[in-house]
Design a protein around this ligand. Structure first.
Ligand code: DQA
Length: 144
């Protein structure tokens, strides 16, 4: 299976960014954990990070035919990017939404996701392990 992993805006700052909320792992550390699990599952994986909404839309548009699943932490784009929502709808790519923090226990505005209702599901609050859960779910659901 081919999996596209996308990290949205500000996630390149993980490790130093609000460590009490997001932990001390860098994005590179997290990507290594994602790659390790992907190789255990024999998944082909591509990982992309961008601070630019349009670049994320471009990535989804250009890769959906080569990808069986999108695992995305849209970060702040989660809460307002109709463009990313529409790219997911336009391509029909199966999507799992991941958040490091529990977005439901923070500011009210983080509870709203414009992606969650068109996703297979949302995983939030389990730190980097949310990405691992997403990969394990994909493996499990494809074995059946
Ligand atoms: C986040 C939660 C978002 O509300 C926030 O804007 C982020 C990170 C998370 O992974 O917990 O940048 O998506």
């Amino acid at each position: 299976l081919k999996i596209l992993v996308i990290h949205g805006v500000n996630l390149n700052f993980l490790g130093t960014r609000e460590p009490k909320i997001y932990g001390s792992l860098t994005l590179e550390d997290i990507n290594k954990k994602i790659k390790d699990r992907a190789s255990e599952h024999d998944f082909e994986i591509e990982i992309f990070q961008s601070n630019h909404e349009g670049e994320i839309v471009d990535k989804i548009q250009s890769h959906f035919q080569n990808s069986d699943y999108l695992v995305i932490n849209p970060a702040a784009f989660t809460h307002y990017s109709i463009a990313i929502r529409d790219a997911i709808l336009a391509t029909g790519i199966k999507t799992i939404e991941v958040h490091l923090s529990n977005v439901h226990s923070r500011e009210e505005f983080r509870r709203k996701s414009v992606i969650a209702d068109i996703a297979v599901g949302q995983i939030a609050g389990f730190s980097y392990y949310g990405y691992i859960m997403a990969l394990d779910y994909i493996k499990e659901s494809c074995v059946k």
